[in-house]
Design a protein. Structure first.
Length: 175
């Protein structure tokens, strides 16, 4: 649901170059009015009450409305995008020297003990005490090693995903 108060605009202030105000230019996640017939066709198998519940929107102050529910395929795509972009952004930040190796290692060791346990369990052939330092060295090593250990991160996050059913829906794809 588009918020009509949000209209594309330029950043206000003294800059040599005119810049887009990213908050004012962020489009809503929605379908176009011309796609309404396709949306109706997709939702047609749902019971009327379930169809209306699935269409519920939540208002967000200063932003566009957001759907309260997503289909299974949309949920999978959103999670996959978040994981892929997050890991590859980390990979790029490391490659560009924007993250210090010791700061990264300390943050992960402090905040992600379940990740460290999972890495140790997944790679038992590597010394149990050396798995994490080897991963950090790999991420901060050459491009090939960084890709290898980035793939391990992707694998960890993908395999940690689980489904949560919403019993309020009878249809399997919306449940």
């Amino acid at each position: 649901m588009a918020n009509p108060a949000i209209a594309p605009a330029l950043v206000v202030g003294s800059t040599a170059v005119q810049l887009l105000d990213l908050n004012a230019c962020k489009p809503p996640k929605c379908y176009l009015n011309g796609e309404q017939d396709v949306v109706e066709w997709i939702l047609d198998p749902l019971a009327a009450g379930e169809r209306e519940q699935f269409r519920q929107l939540g208002a967000r102050a200063g932003g566009h409305g957001k759907t309260k529910h997503k289909s299974l395929d949309c949920s999978i795509m959103d999670v996959a995008d978040d994981i892929a972009y997050g890991v590859h952004d980390l990979e790029d930040a490391i490659a560009l020297g924007l993250i210090a190796k010791d700061v990264f290692a300390a943050a992960v060791a402090e905040r992600c003990p379940s990740f460290l346990d999972a890495v140790k369990a997944k790679y038992p052939g590597e010394s149990r005490n050396d798995v994490f330092p080897r991963m950090v060295d790999g991420l901060f090593g050459g491009e090939g090693e960084r890709k290898r250990y980035s793939s391990r991160l992707l694998h960890h996050f993908i395999t940690a995903v689980s489904f949560e059913e919403h019993r309020a829906f009878a249809e399997r794809l919306t449940r």
